[in-house]
Design a protein around this ligand. Structure first.
Ligand code: HEM
Length: 226
């Protein structure tokens, strides 16, 4: 096997793994948003749902280890591919060929970094309680972990709201290009469905961002309250 063909195969292989790991993470983000939307049904619904998930340690830890593995794989391959592309083309184009590439596709590294910073912040904030320890051990009247109370407390703070909305913009931009690009990488092309595939990224991005921002703003504006 010649080196260029080996190089090509490993690049394609990395892209396929990136696409699959990215789609796995996207599925989590969709289910996470749907679960969190239960904040609109009140404390009982959201806290009972969170308790239900926590009471299944096998599911909880499989999801956590799965997410960590997918995210690590995705990020390591993203860095590797970016460095490989730079190495393959050490001199930047004199004229940037931006006409074809969308804004979302050109800013994948930046939006990915914003998203990574958001996730680290989010875990330190809501899961570990490092950023705001005051709400971490709250229990509701039923003795459940008070996720509803945590969210209401969190999104009354304008700085937290601004940081979460910024994270959603990173997420939206990343998903806009990532979903359609993953479908292409996996070779799912068919004349009858190509318009659908093209719309998949922006649609998923819009739905997830609107769902998450609705939670944040409903609490901030006092529509959902403690
Ligand atoms: C408005 C948007 C969001 C809200 C309201 C929200 C809410 C929450 C809550 C309540 C928890 C559980 C905290 C606890 O256990 O005490 C959590 C955990 C988590 N969230 Fe979010 N989240 C949002 C967006 C996101 C996004 C966009 C991502 C990923 C891109 C994400 C990834 C995670 C992860 C990985 C965990 C840890 C899960 C675990 O502990 O097993 N969240 N989130």
């Amino acid at each position: 096997m010649t080196r260029p063909s080996h190089h090509f195969q490993s690049t394609v292989g990395s892209k396929v793994v990136m696409a699959l790991s990215g789609l796995g993470l996207m599925i989590y983000v969709i289910f996470h948003m749907l679960g969190n939307l239960q904040v609109f049904e009140g404390p009982h619904a959201l806290n009972a749902y969170a308790a239900f998930l926590r009471d299944m340690p096998i599911l909880l830890w499989t999801t956590r280890i799965g997410l960590l593995s997918l995210a690590t794989l995705h990020i390591v391959l993203a860095i590797q591919l970016t460095l490989r592309n730079r190495h393959a083309r050490p001199i930047a184009y004199a004229v940037h060929e931006y006409r074809q590439a969308s804004f979302a596709s050109r800013t994948m590294a930046a939006s990915g970094l914003v998203l990574l910073l958001f996730i680290v912040f989010h875990l330190l904030h809501l899961t570990a309680g490092v950023i705001d320890p005051s709400a971490v051990d709250r229990l509701d009247v039923g003795g459940h972990h008070d996720i509803y109370g945590k969210l209401v407390h969190a999104f009354q703070n304008p700085i937290i709201v601004a940081l979460y909305v910024a994270g959603q913009l990173g997420l939206g931009l990343h998903l806009t290009h990532a979903v359609t690009s993953s479908i292409q990488t996996l070779g799912l092309e068919h004349a009858a469905f190509n318009r659908l595939f093209k719309a998949a990224g922006p649609t998923v991005a819009l739905v997830v961002v609107l769902g998450n921002v609705a939670i944040i703003m409903a609490i901030f504006l006092g529509i959902v309250r403690g």
